[in-house]
Design a protein around this ligand. Structure first.
Ligand code: UCC
Length: 620
């Protein structure tokens, strides 16, 4: 008995002291007894407790309380901001009913496929059973469903059909916004597919890319193609211009064979790709730098025995997230190419599209985690009341919500600008804004997505850290958003570059557009108007000062400048679209951090050596 009682004491004391409060006297006596009753088995012990009604875990072993899970409801119907935005700009019944039906499909069908993609990641089969090299990338059935669904729902096609004129991109991106967090990362191949269609369209749709264009933009699942974007090599993910080693060797028939190593190729099961290479002249020489790069189109095909033509898949990448999607290292060995293009400048069109897709996915990840967290807050009780009745918890959700709203409005405005440009409606101001805001929205939302999704996981307590809730995957997948398609710093420098190349015209367009004209007719909004306009003035002052400094000054300020551009522009929406309270929350941010830090001397010439000393912990 003593062994059993010791065991019992340990278990009860260790698991839940509160059980002892009000324990029947005879059991309390047993607990405190130090005398053993040899031979008493564990089941006897349990029986004793159960008879006294004190072992809720004795029968089921897991107790009777089960926490309700957060429920994913129709993401379109759950998103008042999205519906409000569309009602304002695209009040078309056809778009609403399509988005509503798609939202239903996402919640009831697609989300499960997304989970299946996560738990059944792609694998690479190098050899067939007889030893022949085949390099098959085996993907899950769910991943294939996603491809068919993408065609049927027109997730790329909508942008090219332009049924809603200048609002077609907003409509397309709204659909992707609903889809993205449930898509098992299928939004990645779709982003590149959209980007490739855009590049082909801008170069001019002619043989042999006319067929590709029609397949990239079709709604027929059996014809639909996805495209890759093979840019990154071992020497250059960001510095594409000097890092690209792949060479294109001219063939007598006018085509090229490509030899090189592509270090990150996302969604490598694509049907075609756009890629960069240096054309060799007769002596084998190539031109260095980005001027030496040409854009090539290649179809990914297999021979009769299933072997990839001209490509070897070295291995699949082992990644933190985006595990649903194959990312491979490819050895290009004589890949037959058809068309020479215009290098970096041509692929920049693709980057614009993929960066906008990236921003849509970032806003969507934030929206999804907020939707789940607010649902969960109604189902989970702690400290005697539902989470939704804890003011601090709701304050946290409100901060996530306002960040999500800001991201959504910024992203949708860039989609609006893209739609205007593509439908021939864009003014010069729109074109400048689109160029400036594309890197800004990508870098800002990518970073915020990680912060909001991370906060979101915390709102589920420990469950947010448990794999099969599906929640940790949201964070892992969010982390890539600030990395691929240009890191935060690379894009901050892109902002500077487009300001310089346009001789400041993009900034001029920004200031003109962002300034809130006149005093607000609603007096309660006056402080908000004042806050945005004065942040804008601070920004202008910063630019005036920075223009007189050495180039290194602007480089140090680049990230803060990009953040300022994002926050001020979003603040402007807060006034027009948000209730005033959202604006107050938005102003918890410093709207113009670049001015604040300038005033503190953060970009002075003394800072780089001081930073280096700090980082490497050595005296200057
Ligand atoms: O491939 C990757 C992963 C694929 C997965 C995609 C899915 C994402 C969506 C997911 C949704 C869920 S990641 C690849 C990551 N790498 C990058 O993003 C590259 C980052 N680096 C840059 O962006 C650099 O700034 C470069 C490579 C563009 C800079 O190269 P250069 O050689 O210095 O280029 P330049 O000299 O600045 O510009 C060359 C030409 C100029 O035009 P021209 O010759 O007419 O004067 C520029 O104006 O390109 C033009 N250009 C641009 N045009 C350069 N950047 C842009 C731009 N952003 N927009 C328009």
């Amino acid at each position: 008995m003593s062994a059993c009682l010791t065991l019992l004491n340990r278990r009860v004391a260790g698991s839940c002291c509160r059980v002892w409060r009000g324990v029947p006297r005879q059991l309390a006596h047993i607990r405190s007894a130090s005398v053993a009753e040899p031979g008493m088995r564990r089941s006897d012990e349990e029986h004793l407790w159960e008879a006294a009604g004190y072992l809720p875990f004795s029968r089921a072993k897991i107790g009777s309380f089960f926490q309700e899970r957060p429920v994913l409801k129709n993401p379109f119907l759950e998103d008042a901001l999205l519906r409000g935005y569309l009602r304002r700009h695209l009040p078309q019944e056809a778009a609403f009913s399509d988005l509503c039906a798609f939202g239903e499909r996402v919640a009831n069908e697609v989300d499960d496929w997304g989970r299946e993609c996560e738990v059944t990641p792609p694998r690479l089969v190098h050899f067939d059973p007889w030893g022949r090299r085949v390099d098959h990338i085996v993907t899950s059935p769910a991943w294939k469903h996603m491809k068919d669904l993408s065609a049927q729902e027109g997730l790329v096609a909508i942008g090219y059909e332009r049924s809603f004129g200048e609002w077609s991109r907003v409509y397309q991106m709204s659909k992707l916004y609903i889809f993205s967090p449930s898509s098992g990362l299928y939004t990645c191949p779709l982003a590149m597919t959209d980007g490739a269609a855009k590049v082909i369209q801008s170069i001019g749709v002619s043989w042999p890319t006319d067929e590709a264009y029609s397949r990239l933009t079709t709604r027929q699942p059996d014809r639909f193609w996805t495209s890759g974007q093979w840019m990154t090599e071992r020497q250059g993910g960001s510095d594409v211009g000097s890092g690209t080693e792949t060479v294109a060797v001219p063939q007598t028939d006018g085509s090229y064979k490509l030899h090189g190593f592509k270090w990150f190729t996302s969604a490598t099961d694509a049907d075609m790709t756009l890629t960069l290479a240096r054309i060799q002249d007769r002596t084998g020489a190539t031109t260095p730098g980005s001027r030496g790069l040409s854009l090539f189109y290649a179809e990914v095909s297999r021979d009769e025995e299933g072997r990839l033509k001209g490509i070897e898949v070295q291995r699949l990448k082992d990644k933190l997230g985006t595990r649903q999607m194959p990312t491979a290292e490819l050895l290009l060995d004589g890949l037959q190419l058809s068309e020479e293009g215009r290098g970096v400048a041509s692929i920049a069109n693709m980057l614009t599209i993929t960066r906008i897709h990236n921003s849509v996915s970032a806003a969507a990840a934030m929206r999804r985690v907020v939707q789940l967290a607010r649902d969960y807050a109604t189902r989970r009780s702690a400290f005697g009341k539902p989470l939704k009745d804890h003011p601090l918890h709701i304050q946290t959700l409100a901060r996530m919500e306002v960040e999500t709203r800001g991201a959504f409005l910024l992203v949708m405005d860039v989609c609006r600008l893209l739609g205007r440009e593509e439908s021939g409606m864009a003014t010069q101001l729109d074109t400048h804004l689109l160029r400036l805001l594309t890197p800004v929205v990508k870098l800002y939302t990518g970073k915020q997505a990680v912060a909001v999704v991370s906060e979101g996981l915390e709102s589920f307590g420990g469950q947010g850290y448990i794999e099969d809730t599906g929640l940790p995957g949201l964070l892992r997948d969010a982390q890539v958003l600030s990395i691929w398609e240009g890191t935060t710093n690379v894009l901050s420098l892109d902002v500077l570059r487009c300001v310089a190349r346009s001789s400041g015209m993009v900034l001029h367009a920004y200031v003109t557009h962002a300034k809130v004209q006149g005093a607000s007719s609603v007096s309660s909004l006056a402080p908000a108007v004042k806050a945005v306009n004065s942040a804008l003035s601070e920004l202008e002052d910063f630019v005036q000062v920075a223009a007189t400094r050495a180039p290194g000054y602007l480089e140090l300020a680049a990230r803060d400048l990009a953040y300022s551009l994002a926050r001020i522009y979003t603040g402007r929406f807060c006034i027009h679209v948000f209730p005033l309270y959202s604006f107050i929350r938005w102003c918890e941010h410093d709207l113009c951090p670049v001015a604040t830090k300038q005033a503190r001397g953060c970009y002075d010439p003394s800072t780089p050596p001081l930073d280096a000393a700090l980082v490497y912990d050595r005296p200057v």
